[in-house]
Ligand binder design. Sequence first.
Ligand code: HEM
Length: 420
Amino acid sequence: QLNIPKEEGLDHSLALIQEGYQYITSRRTKFKSDLFETRLLGQKVVCIGGQEGAELFYDNEKFERKGAVPKRIQKSLFGENAIHTLDGEAHEHRKLLFMSLMTEERLELLAELTREEWRLAAAEWAKMEQVVLFDEVQQILCRVACRWAGVPIDAIEVKPLARDFIAMVDAFGAVGPRHQKGRKARKKMEDYFKGLIIEIRHRRIEPIEGTALHKIAWHRDHKEKHLDEHTAAVELLNVLRPIVAITYLVTFGALALFEHNVWKEKLQSGDEESVQMFAQEVRRFYPFAPFLGTKVKNGFEWKGHTFEKGQLVLLDVYGTNHDNRLWEEPYVFNPERFRNWNGGMFDLIPQGGGDEYTGHRCPGEMATIQVMKTSFSFLTNEMIYNVPVGQDLSYSLSRMPTYPESGFIIQGVSIKSQTT
Ligand code: HEM
């Protein structure tokens, strides 16, 4: 048996939290290996990366998710008994529920709602001296998410709701108060949406057919049973929260438009291919999901290394999106790389890899791209704004998740006159 590089020491959880997005990548570089062993959260962990590593990670015969997601992540980000923790038949069945939301018609509606909410928000910004895009976009997308999912929002105050969604995401790589805030937000949200599911099942609220709320409330699992109220609330949150989280990518996209004027001009030309390439490069280039975890189902050998049953394996998402064997000059922002891209299943993995029906790849990729493209088109074609100097546009790679320090401040907003 070959030995893979091993990081010596009792535990490196602190280094992971401190080094963030670069923790796995920098060690893969140092060890000159796509595979190395370390210790995290008190256990032996194998970190893998690159295209082959991603392909291995998504092999359902070798890995399972049961017991792979730490409780602290379930209690903040994903929810307990969420789809992320399921395997086999139960997983595939639940996944169909999510995939059924992503029809062409539903995605078009998502774009329409996104455009509508941008228009309403921008009209308000035109009356304000300045706005922090990160704060405002979360509210836009919170309205979009609720409306698209069929959640009544008339009685809800959107600003604190949006904050709670972001708090759940923001808790991911945090310890202490930031993590606690995410847990609290989740608890509050789960209670609220559990109540909503109960109302629906008592026929006191009738959600529109075809919406996530309707589908989840009446979904039957692979054993023909309705989801219990808590799980239904958790899965509804697994539709709403990630839509609000697109805020991070939209904010980074605004930064990219500012820093790469040539792309702003290309998007202004209204060229459909340009906006697609731009959105893909934003998803590849900027840090969001740093890594993913899974667990060895049955021991096996790979490249001379023995993976032991029950062992935790982490996939380097950020590093694979910046792997110089897959991407020329990976640390340069260049949407052109996507012009003739023949999309692989395991190279561009900001939302996971492999097949979304049989594996854990994100079911919301099309939705994400749709919202991003609509937002970037709005920013370039329907709005005029300045980006004031003196704000800190840098983002830390050690904070997970991260975004520009200033939240991206814009001033002097006006709406372009429509020529349609
Ligand atoms: C799974 C990223 C948007 C719903 C995932 C995974 C990642 C991810 C990395 C895990 C893949 C794995 O475990 O192997 C993102 C990012 C988004 C986004 C970066 C944009 C900000 C969405 C949207 C939805 C969604 C818009 C739904 C409307 C889900 C669900 C899963 C998932 C339900 C669990 C899938 C499973 O376990 O089978 N996402 N996502 N995501 N995402 Fe997304």
